[in-house]
Design a protein around this ligand. Structure first.
Ligand code: CA
Length: 243
């Protein structure tokens, strides 16, 4: 028995990545084939990967590991599915979440529920593409080199670029990565009416192939979180204008 434990520890150790300085990623997925595949590809990119096979253990791992990013499958066993996991993570954590969806109907729910997921990948996906998405999200989250002086004020809202923080009347408001990026982009272009396509290109990146409703979902979140303090106008037939 003891020998088995020892052997398994050795195996684990040998399977560990040579470098893991890119940070920790928690993968919450019940299908071990998918989970292992994602694991292998992310390790190749230098990430340390912690796998969790269900919602409760996933939430525990997120709390313990403080990961840089969470890969989250929607279809999880038991009562806590991916939607619920995302909702619970978002109550107190702005960690980027990349969701794995099996069906278009799930995608509709992701968009409709306004969970604050940062991106999603539809199964079947290529693990190479998933790793690329992960890196793109983290690049965005890191943002350009911080300029401690850069605070953009629009009405009562302050967008603190250096600290990646939004404030209303001086009080910080927790935003998901993409929500902050969208607010920042709108603030950078304050006074201009921007189309949903422009916002997708500017915030999600020109290579992002997704639904324009994504913009509306994130705008709704910003309105909900920042309330009346956000001087954001819907420009009919165009898109949105801040200030
Ligand atoms: Ca699943």
């Amino acid at each position: 028995m003891e020998k088995d434990v020892h052997t398994s520890l050795i195996n684990r150790w040998q399977a560990a990545p040579v470098t893991s300085d890119a940070g920790t990623i928690v993968v919450i997925e019940d299908d071990p084939n998918i989970s292992d595949l994602v694991d292998v590809y992310l390790r190749r990119e230098g990430f340390r990967v912690v796998q969790a096979p269900d919602g409760p253990r996933g939430l525990l791992a997120v709390e313990r590991e403080r990961p840089r990013l969470v890969v989250l499958d929607i279809g999880l066993p038991g009562t806590v599915d991916g939607f619920e996991v995302c909702r619970r993570i978002r109550t107190d954590n702005a960690v980027p979440v990349l969701m794995l969806t099996a069906r278009d109907t799930e995608l509709d729910r992701i968009l409709g529920l306004e969970l604050g997921a940062d991106d999603y990948v539809t199964k079947p996906f290529s693990p190479r593409e998933l790793a690329a998405r992960v890196k793109a999200i983290l690049r965005r989250a890191a943002g350009p080199p911080p300029d401690p002086q850069a605070v953009i004020s629009v009405g009562r809202v302050e967008v603190d670029v250096g600290r990646r923080e939004a404030r209303v009347d001086g009080a910080a408001v927790a935003l998901a990565t993409r929500e902050f990026d969208l607010l920042r982009y709108l603030a950078d272009n304050a006074g201009l009416a921007l189309s949903r396509r422009q916002l997708l290109d500017g915030v999600w990146g020109p290579g992002w192939y997704g639904d324009e409703r994504t913009v509306d979902v994130h705008v709704r979140q910003l309105r909900k979180k920042l309330g009346d303090a956000l001087p954001l106008t819907t420009v009919w037939g165009v898109g949105y204008r801040l200030g």
